[in-house]
Design a protein around this ligand. Structure first.
Ligand SMILES: [Ca+2]
Ligand SMILES: [Ca+2]
Ligand SMILES: [Ca+2]
Length: 274
């Protein structure tokens, strides 16, 4: 009897333990993988329908780690065989995503500018403290890119311990220490890009959005670097409703282009807070 009682207590503790492990689940509607509503995928057949369409971001505390699981609306493939790349890749090829995190939700506190090549800024209440990179590239390649193009962001960038694929999801495991802890009350924003192995000299492994799509270029934007180079993002309340598609389009349309770069206006994007 006593033994049975202890088994009962242990089972309950395990259940409670799981309840107390923090988790955030954010949904995104399908079919809004067109940025401000106009973007078109590159024409090469590797860019399969739905590959850049975020449907869910799950963030789970797991002991000393935090797991970021980003799901898209297509099976994730590795058409360029990333594991054969010079420094070895993570088993996918065309996607790259960034999870920006606002840990203090204080106006004006943190970094305002998105990483080079994204052409985005954050709203004043949502400047970020950390950004987790979900990339098929090796840690060595990402570190090389930081050195070349993103020194200013070095203390914000978090390269996962490991990144791998599970069906339609990219999973990244990050040390909690590197995030400075974990709280489900933090603000999160996942933006979808495409991994470009031969990026422009200022772009952080990102693929460009131009006026017209090409084999390896998104279309429906501008040839100047004034349009947001993100294909999909999260919007509050992150429940996956149709209203979130409209809101995303509205936010990402607010850029201005001009032959004179001093007249450009870059979009400002929000975070999602639970
Ligand atoms: Ca989506
Ligand atoms: Ca902040
Ligand atoms: Ca979206």
């Amino acid at each position: 009897m006593k033994r049975l009682f202890f088994a009962f207590v242990i089972v309950n503790l395990l259940i409670l333990g799981n309840l107390f492990a923090d988790e955030v689940v954010l949904d995104d509607p399908a079919g809004d993988d067109n940025g401000p509503g106009t973007y078109i995928y590159p024409t090469d057949p590797v860019y399969k329908k739905g590959s850049f369409d975020i449907t869910k971001l799950e963030i789970k505390e797991k002991g000393e780690d935090v797991e970021f699981k980003l799901t898209v609306n297509a099976k994730i493939e590795d058409p360029w065989n990333s594991k054969s790349w010079p420094q070895g890749g993570n088993g996918f090829s065309i996607q790259m995503a960034f999870v920006f995190i606002d840990t203090d939700h204080k106006e004006g506190s943190g970094e305002e500018d998105g990483l080079p090549g994204l052409n985005i800024k954050f709203e004043k209440e949502s400047f970020y403290e950390k950004v987790v990179i979900l990339s098929p590239q090796s840690k060595a390649r990402i570190n090389d890119e930081i050195k070349l193009k993103a020194e200013k962001f070095r203390d914000k960038i978090v390269i996962p311990k490991k990144t791998f694929v599970q069906g339609r999801s990219i999973v990244a495991v990050v040390g909690k220490k590197e995030l400075g802890g974990f709280s489900p009350k933090w603000g999160f924003q996942a933006v979808m890009q495409s991994n470009e192995g031969y990026p422009d000299k200022k772009d952080f492994l990102t693929r460009k959005v131009n006026e017209y799509e090409g084999p390896h270029r998104f279309g429906g934007g501008s040839d100047y670097d004034c349009d947001p180079h993100i294909i999909d993002m999260l919007v509050s309340p992150a429940k996956g409703g149709k209203d979130e598609t409209d809101k995303q389009h509205e936010i990402l349309k607010k850029f201005k282009c001009d032959p004179d770069p001093s007249k450009w206006e870059i979009v400002r994007i929000p975070m999602v807070y639970r």
